[in-house]
Design a protein around this ligand. Structure first.
Ligand SMILES: Cc1cc2nc3c(=O)[nH]c(=O)nc-3n(C[C@H](O)[C@H](O)[C@H](O)COP(=O)(O)O)c2cc1C
Length: 189
């Protein structure tokens, strides 16, 4: 990437920080195309991790951890592992994998523990997704549906529950991934 493109991306990121809250909400979309080969800036990575640390969690357990994948082999492997990331997840600068600690979410009814872990994971990912929009980073959530290769690998889960992923990177334009939304009136049942 040229120094001009670098300066442009920094300019965009700075501008994004100045957006109002409403603009952030209105411009929040899932993005699956990213500027290729550009690592995420360290301050952007930290902002996304900060958002996870700030996320609400059931009984304030804070049992969600993030595995940060940004090497080419890891990106290619996880594009294979994630059913909902097929053919595009490797394009990101990084994939944030959300893991729920099994110790944290152990419950006498395993179904309840799993639900709490899934919900905390979804909140953490949503917080990171919105923070990404705020700082000018493109992102898309990927559900925790894994291919058989991944689920069949010994020790794959390492004692944790996989609760989803967020693919992050710098956006390319135009955005082709933006279906229209319902009106506020249409939401009301
Ligand atoms: C629980 C949940 C699971 C999702 N899973 C995937 C997924 O596996 N792969 C994917 O490409 N997008 C996934 N998405 C993103 C949705 O496709 C996206 O939010 C939807 O199309 C609306 O677009 P928008 O986010 O731009 O408003 C998921 C979103 C949610 C909330």
């Amino acid at each position: 990437m040229s120094e001009f493109q670098h300066r442009y991306l920094e300019h965009r990121a700075r501008k994004a920080v100045e957006l109002s809250d409403q603009r952030i909400r209105l411009s929040r979309r899932s993005r699956r195309r990213f500027v290729p080969g550009v690592p995420l800036r360290r301050d952007h990575k930290l902002a996304l991790l900060r958002a996870v640390a700030d996320a609400p969690s059931s009984c304030n357990r804070s049992g969600i951890g993030v595995e940060w994948i940004d090497d080419n082999a890891g990106l290619a492997q996880w594009e294979q592992n994630l059913v909902g990331g097929k053919r595009w997840a490797h394009r990101g600068s990084a994939i944030m994998l959300f893991w729920a600690s099994s110790q944290c979410y152990s419950h006498h009814d395993p179904a309840v523990g799993a639900t709490l872990a899934d919900q905390d994971g979804a909140f953490a990912a949503a917080m990171a997704h919105v923070e990404a929009c705020r700082i000018g980073v493109a992102s898309c959530y990927v559900c925790p549906n894994l291919t058989e290769w991944a689920t069949g690998s010994p020790n794959f889960y390492n004692g944790s529950r996989f609760v989803g992923a967020l693919v992050v990177g710098y956006p390319v334009f135009p955005d082709l991934d933006a279906p229209p939304k319902r009106s506020a009136e249409e939401v009301l049942l």
